[in-house]
Design a protein around this ligand. Structure first.
Ligand SMILES: Cc1cc2nc3c(=O)[nH]c(=O)nc-3n(C[C@H](O)[C@H](O)[C@H](O)COP(=O)(O)O)c2cc1C
Length: 179
């Protein structure tokens, strides 16, 4: 199985989840994990599963203005210094048969109401469905404890397990639930 992971990240939390997802998938296939600024605008032919993830900004995907706000919170350069997943999704095309897809985000776990508001993963899901792709799993969120992180304890392990379940689903094997 060939898997392509595209992620956007300001402070490194979504990157760390993407890396954990890549680790969870490695036993199941060939995995490439790419920061969105370095991603090509065409997903190559032969990709079986596309996974895209981003931090939740203002209940959805980041914009240039929210990325500027994030930069204001950090003295060093952000992880994603160019475009975000929103802009990538506006241009992306598929060279071969469209792959299955899954989406994830990082979102704050408190205040608690944020867990029930809009999230980046759902917006990515909507846009990819709009391009005719089929989801392999529902959009998933991983929790950060505050605006800059860190991730809640155990989230990287949960990301590895989520990825392993996803690989089993795509391969048509019985998946073990992680919840
Ligand atoms: C401008 C801005 C807006 C944000 N809006 C939200 C939000 O609406 N809901 C939420 O749960 N977290 C929000 N956050 C927190 C981000 O979700 C958090 O910074 C992100 O998960 C960290 O991931 P990263 O290190 O990969 O950027 C916001 C953060 C920034 C910088």
């Amino acid at each position: 199985m060939k898997i392509l992971i595209i992620y956007e990240s300001m402070f490194g939390n979504t990157r760390d989840v993407a890396t954990a997802i890549a680790d969870g998938l490695k036993p199941h296939g060939i995995v490439e994990c790419v920061e969105v600024g370095s991603a090509t605008d065409t997903v190559p032919a032969g990709i079986d599963l596309l996974i895209a993830g981003a931090p939740t900004h203002q209940f959805g995907l980041s914009r240039p203005s929210s990325r500027k706000q994030a930069q204001g919170q950090l003295d060093e350069p952000l992880v994603s210094t160019g475009r975000g997943i929103r802009e990538w999704l506006e241009t992306v095309t598929f060279a071969g048969t469209e792959p299955l897809f899954a989406t994830f985000d990082t979102t704050m776990s408190s205040p608690r109401f944020l867990k029930y508001m809009g999230r980046a993963s759902r917006q990515i899901e909507k846009r990819l469905k709009g391009k005719g792709l089929r989801p392999a799993a529902p959009a998933e969120s991983f929790w950060v404890t505050s605006g800059n992180g860190p991730l809640e304890d155990g989230e990287q392990e949960r990301a590895r397990s989520w990825a392993a379940c996803l690989a089993s689903t795509v391969a048509g094997e019985p998946a073990i639930s992680v919840r």
